[in-house]
Structure formats: structure tokens, C-alpha cells
Design a protein around this ligand. Structure first.
Ligand code: NAP
Ligand code: GDD
Length: 383
């Protein structure tokens, strides 16, 4: 008998990779997707199965984390062996603009899932993975951060996730549910949302290289993140639910890097050297040199003269609108517990992650350039 999984947030970065991973393992995968005015299934289109075919193993349901009855009905229909609760308003900066909605979807949404499992009498059958976050550490109380490090959330998003974390622990202790938290540090990929910093940078670097954009405006260049690849991190989610006992785990690489250095790495992937000067809101990044051979190999000879003409000019600036009212300056995780107990090891390091993202965005932007040059509409929205 195939195991049945329900993934909330299946249309997101992690949801897409996890669905693919579980399908490969022979699961029947159900996913919760929101109704939207345009298709929002781009990341899972390759997995889509027509509702008219028999014995589908990938099935989507309309739903929302703010709708208890909807979630309860879906869980009743699906009778999942495993629920991966990934749905969330996941953008830290946006959570300052939508704090109440974020608390509802990310905090109370988690309660809705746990309570549905309890009310439906599924406490012994259904295992639950809660997508907790390194943002819980916020103003870090210890370096590196591990499972026992005290939390100090610094945004409405992190405070909502704090509720999600503790209500998961509480339902585990109170009702014996196999419910676990994965405290995941930042993880990225070519599927990363375009307004998170890594993807914003890889998209912009590719566009600048192809002469499609002059400059990118960033926020705090000095904050540090522990970045891994989403493909490695969804494997950890699965491993957490395969353990005999529920528990909470930090998933991280143990290496931290500034935003500034990530930008340098993204451009360097195409042989473009960026030099930073100035401070705070006046800091700028300038193209210092171009390795012609590497650039030709990665971006294409036809774009070489465009990038050479940009040597000495500013391609990175700072705009205070991207600063956060309270910032998380440093995240670096200690993954010892997950390595020892889960046997989890990441396959990608930061260099391999940057390479994967740059390769994908250069390809994507070449397609955009082709569409633009042939009179088709292209994406014109940047944040
Ligand atoms: P993501 O790409 O932003 O995906 C979020 C998913 O949640 C999307 O499918 C989104 O639907 C869905 N969603 C948002 N609000 C919803 C609502 N009210 N009802 C139903 N679905 C809703 O996020 P991700 O990077 O894959 O992250 C997955 C989870 O892990 C999130 O809970 C995030 O907070 C957490 N997390 C992420 C990281 C990271 O570095 N990526 C680290 C730690 C924890 P639409 O596609 O319709 O927007
Ligand atoms: N988004 C964004 N845009 N961030 C910027 C920018 C910019 O232009 N410039 C600098 N940054 C800095 C932010 O201030 C932050 O310190 C860092 O880059 C990372 O920002 P994000 O990529 O937006 O991610 P995040 O760390 O705030 O949150 C992500 O990781 C969390 C795990 O720690 C999200 O995926 C959360 O959902 C997740 O929980």
C-alpha cells in the first residue's frame, strides 16, 4: 500500500521539491493550493495529472490555511499518513505590512491542522511536519544556533512561527501526536520566490549580464545567512517523519555568508568581478573586471561587448525601502543533531547552489530576451 501524504503549500518552492521527492518514493501525494486569479502552479506543472485519469497519485485540493472547515474536510477525505505543513506567508519583510494575516495563516493555521487531526481521531495515524524556521532565533542568543538555543523572534512572521512551533510541541506532548518541527535555515534554489534575496540577486545578475537591466537595488548587504539547497532540505523533512519518535531538528549547513559576498559569488559565476565601496545606504557595487573566456562560456559571446562596456559602472545600489524595521543580522546553524540522528547530509554547498541558480536564471533571462526582442510581453516587475 502506498503511503498518503498531504502537503500544504504545494505550489511553493519547498512544496514542489517535496511533492516530486515523495512521488519518486511511491507516495500518493495530495496538495493544498489556493485559488488565485491566475494559474499559480508553475512550479508543479510537470507533476500535474488530469483529473479524468484513473489512479492518480498527485491530487490538488483548493484550500486556505485560514479556513478551518476546509482544512478539516480535506484531511478527513485524504486520511493522510503524513502531513507536511509548509503553507505560510513566508516573506519576512511583507509580514511587517500584513501582520494580522501572517499570524492567522502561519500561527493559527498550524493549530487548525493539529486540531483537525485530533478531532478526526487521526492522532495515532497521521504524522505532522511543521515548517519551523531559523527566524525564530532572530536576535541570536547563541552562535551557532542549535535546538536548545533560546528563541528571540524579530518580525511578525517569526512571532507567528513561534506560535506554530510551540503549538506543535504542545499537541505532541498533550495528545501523543507524532508532530515534529524542522527548524530550517534559509534554503534556496532555481525555484526560490523572486523577492527573496538570493533569487533577486541571481535574476538581476543574469539580466545585467545580458544587458536587460542597469542596476539592482538591495537592502542590508551586511546581514549573514546560512544558505543551503531546497532539494537537500526537503529530504530532511521526510527523514524527520520517518523517525520512531517525534522531535525537533535544526537543518543547516553550519556556514554563514553576507549578502554582499553572495552578490559577488553570483556575478563571479559568469566571470564578472564586483567591487564594493561606501557604507550603509551609500554603498555601491561596481564591475571591476570581466573574465572574457568564462563570460563567453556562461553567458554567451554575443553579450560580451555589452558587459565590457559596463566595466567601472555601478550595478548594485542600496535602497532603504528594503531595510526591515527589526533585522536578523546573523544566522548560522549547528546541524549536529540532524546529522547524527537523521543521518542527514547536504549534497550542495553554497558554490554549487549559486551555480545551479545562475545557470537556471541565465537560461530563463535569455528566453525573456528572446520574447522581448520578438514583441512578446515579458515580466516587468522587480522588488
Ligand atoms: P514559499 O515558496 O513562499 O511557499 C509558500 C506556500 O504557501 C505557497 O504554496 C503559497 O501559495 C502557500 N500559502 C501561503 N499562504 C497560504 C494560505 N493562506 N493558505 C494556503 N496556502 C498558502 O515558501 P517556501 O520557501 O517553500 O517555504 C515553505 C515553508 O517553510 C514556509 O512555511 C516557510 O515559512 C518555511 N521556511 C522556509 C525557509 C526557506 O528558507 N525557504 C526556511 C525556514 C522555513 P501560493 O503559491 O498561492 O502563494
Ligand atoms: N528579500 C530581500 N530583498 N532581502 C534583502 C535585500 C533585498 O533586496 N537586501 C538585503 N536583504 C537581506 C534581508 O534584510 C535579510 O537579512 C536577508 O537579506 C535575507 O532575506 P530573505 O532572502 O528575504 O530571507 P529571510 O532570511 O528574511 O527569510 C527567509 O528565510 C527564513 C529562514 O531563516 C524566508 O524564506 C523565511 O520564510 C524563512 O523562514
Amino acid at each position: 500500500m502506498s503511503k498518503v501524504a498531504l502537503i500544504t503549500g504545494v505550489t511553493g518552492q519547498d512544496g514542489a521539491y517535496l511533492a516530486e521527492f515523495l512521488l519518486k518514493k511511491g507516495y500518493i501525494v495530495h496538495g493544498l493550493k489556493r485559488r488565485s486569479s491566475m494559474f499559480n502552479t508553475d512550479r508543479i506543472d510537470h507533476l500535474y495529472q488530469d483529473p479524468h485519469i484513473e489512479n492518480r497519485n498527485f491530487i490538488l485540493h483548493y484550500g486556505d490555511m485560514t479556513d478551518s472547515m476546509n482544512l478539516t474536510r480535506i484531511i478527513q477525505d485524504v486520511q493522510p499518513d503524513e502531513i507536511y505543513n509548509l503553507a505560510a506567508m513566508s516573506h519576512v519583510k511583507v509580514s511587517f505590512d500584513t501582520p494580522e494575516y501572517t499570524a492567522n495563516a502561519d500561527g493559527i493555521g498550524t493549530l487548525r491542522i493539529l486540531e483537525a487531526v485530533r478531532l478526526l481521531g487521526l492522532t495515532k495515524k497521521t504524522r505532522i511536519y511543521q515548517a519551523s524556521t531559523s527566524e525564530l532565533y532572530g536576535l541570536v542568543q547563541e552562535v551557532p544556533q542549535k535546538e536548545t538555543t533560546p528563541f528571540y523572534p524579530r518580525s511578525p512572521y517569526a512571532v507567528a512561527k513561534l506560535y506554530g512551533y510551540w503549538i506543535t510541541v504542545n499537541y505532541r506532548e498533550a495528545y501523543g501526536i507524532h508532530a515534529s518541527n524542522g527548524i530550517l535555515f534559509n534554503h534556496e534554489s532555481p525555484l526560490r520566490g523572486e523577492t527573496f534575496v538570493t533569487r533577486k540577486v541571481t535574476r538581476a545578475a543574469a539580466r545585467i549580464a545580458l544587458g536587460m537591466q542597469d542596476k539592482v537595488f538591495m537592502g542590508n548587504l551586511s546581514s549573514r545567512r546560512d544558505w543551503g539547497h531546497a532539494k537537500d532540505y526537503v529530504r530532511a523533512m521526510y527523514l524527520i517523519l520517518q523517525q520512531d519518535q517525534p522531535d525537533d531538528y535544526v537543518i543547516a549547513t553550519g556556514i554563514t555568508t553576507t549578502i554582499r559576498d553572495f552578490i559577488k559569488m553570483a556575478f563571479a559565476e559568469m566571470g564578472v568581478e564586483i567591487a564594493f565601496s561606501g557604507e550603509d545606504a551609500k554603498e555601491v557595487g561596481i564591475i571591476k573586471s570581466v573574465d572574457n573566456k568564462l563570460f563567453t562560456e556562461k553567458a554567451g559571446a554575443e553579450y560580451l561587448s555589452t558587459i565590457e562596456n559596463r566595466i567601472g559602472t555601478e550595478v548594485v545600489g542600496v535602497d532603504e525601502r528594503y531595510f526591515r524595521p527589526t533585522e536578523v543580522e546573523l544566522l548560522i546553524g549547528d546541524p549536529t543533531k540532524s546529522k547524527t540522528k537523521l543521518g542527514w547530509e547536504p549534497e550542495y554547498d553554497l558554490t554549487a547552489l549559486v551555480k545551479d541558480m545562475m545557470q537556471s536564471d541565465i537560461k530563463l533571462m535569455k528566453k525573456e530576451a528572446f520574447l522581448r526582442d520578438n514583441g512578446f510581453k515579458t515580466l516587468n516587475y522587480f522588488e
